[in-house]
Design a protein around this ligand. Structure first.
Ligand SMILES: Nc1ncnc2c1ncn2[C@@H]1O[C@H](COP(=O)(O)OP(=O)(O)OP(=O)(O)O)[C@@H](O)[C@H]1O
Length: 388
């Protein structure tokens, strides 16, 4: 029984430090973050960049270097960027080469603007925990002068700056593609995609799903067909399920999909979406429909409204989907992890296991493999890993 959530989309928070109302100021569609009044000891608010800085530093015109692969014309015309002290950019002072040679070098090896931009853009964590994208105007000793999006200029300890990725990497579909894999970059990338309804992102072999709290057009027969035919390869729970199914058949090894996250993150919905894909792929006997029908029954007995989720499962689930040799669904076994959820403990009458099987299983089909969905909260997952 899926109820509509009273809550809006969650803001991204650092596991450790970001507050509930965290927003990225650098995000193209996020609200501009207001600079906190309180500045910590190692941060000094100097002035607005628009008015210039005390020592003549200023914005070095990063806009003209939007892409690290910016046009040759621009490279030739503007020359290398010397926005900083230029100490590590001395290579730019090499003797003049022939224009042809320069052209070739610019095309294939002159990454100076890219390098300088990488150096100039960094994330800075404000005292209130919010991350904001800053532009380094000048570096002296272990201090840097950075300009924030609202044109405020801060003098900060350089060690507190976290490198930002170039714009060309905005919204990559695998976090592994990021040059700098740090907390603000990961959160920024997830939010960038989320704002465009791309709720799935890969982190290597792991799929990160962000609950959209609204209907997104990512599901249904067309998408199932596209993932089945592999004409679509963007990160999706369908793709994960497809891989599990194919590897089970190819390697004859049972597969497991662990779905974890905090309450209300969307674990149950994700498992349902995965099961729908399996039903579409391995269906035919009719048992897949029976399996899908167990969801509302289980939810009727075992779900309750909580502060975080109107339709919160009060127990973790271990769902086994059984397949025949022909790759068709032949049955399922659903176990609940009741001991860890107080609701289930108080409702002893609730059956801890549901077994669904098709009559065909007994005569025509022999079981070949399983795909197991282990749906649990982060806490349950942790406890279960510690136990084993
Ligand atoms: N892919 C999705 N598309 C649209 N809405 C979603 C999606 N995933 C989750 N939701 C919404 O979020 C709500 C909470 O999701 P769900 O019940 O799956 O969370 P959960 O992680 O299983 O929570 P709990 O641990 O409390 O049981 C759903 O009722 C639904 O409204």
């Amino acid at each position: 029984m899926s109820g509509n959530k009273a809550k809006g989309p969650p803001s991204f928070q650092s596991i450790k430090s970001l507050p509930g109302d965290f927003r990225f100021a650098g995000s193209p569609v996020s609200d501009r973050m207001v600079l906190s009044d309180t500045i910590s000891e190692d941060v000094e608010l100097l002035s607005d960049a628009s008015q210039g800085t005390a020592n003549g530093g200023g914005n070095v015109g990063l806009d003209s270097y939007e892409s690290p692969y910016c046009s040759l014309d621009m490279l030739d015309k503007d020359g290398p960027s010397l926005g900083d002290e230029g100490d590590d950019l001395k290579a730019a002072d090499t003797p003049k080469q022939s224009s042809k040679q320069l052209h070739i070098d610019s095309k294939w090896s002159d990454t100076t603007p890219f390098a300088s931009k990488k150096k100039l853009q960094s994330w800075f964590q404000l005292p209130d925990g919010n991350w904001e994208l800053g532009t380094t105007l000048r570096t002296f000793g272990n201090e840097s002068l950075i300009s924030l999006a609202d044109e405020k200029v801060l003098r900060v300890n350089s060690e507190t700056l976290v490198p930002a990725n170039p714009d060309i990497l905005d919204g990559v579909d695998d976090l592994m593609q990021l040059s700098y894999l740090n907390e603000p970059s990961v959160l920024y990338n997830l939010q960038y995609r989320y704002n465009r309804d791309m709720i799935y992102t890969k982190a290597g072999p792991v799929l990160v799903a962000i609950n959209p709290f609204k209907k997104v057009s990512l599901y249904g027969n067309d998408f199932v067909e596209a993932y089945k035919r592999k004409s679509l390869d963007s990160p999706h729970v369908y793709a994960i399920t497809d891989t599990a199914m194919r590897e089970m058949i190819r390697d004859e090894v049972n597969q497991s999909i662990i779905i974890s996250g905090e309450s209300g993150a969307g674990k149950t919905e994700t498992a349902k979406i995965a099961m729908q894909y399996l039903a579409a792929l391995g269906g035919g006997s009719g048992i897949e429909k029976e399996i899908l029908k167990t969801n509302p029954i289980l939810e009727a007995f075992g779900n309750a409204k909580t502060l975080r989720n109107d339709n919160s499962s009060r127990f973790g689930k271990l769902i086994e989907i059984h397949f025949s040799e022909t790759g068709k669904i032949s049955g399922a076994k659903i176990q609940t992890l009741v001991q860890l959820r107080s609701f289930a403990l108080r409702h002893k009458r609730f059956r801890q296991g549901v077994l669904v099987n098709s009559p065909e299983l007994f005569n025509v089909q022999r079981e070949k493999g399983h795909i197991i969905f282990f749906i649990s909260s982060v806490l349950e997952l942790q406890q279960s890993l510690e136990k084993n």
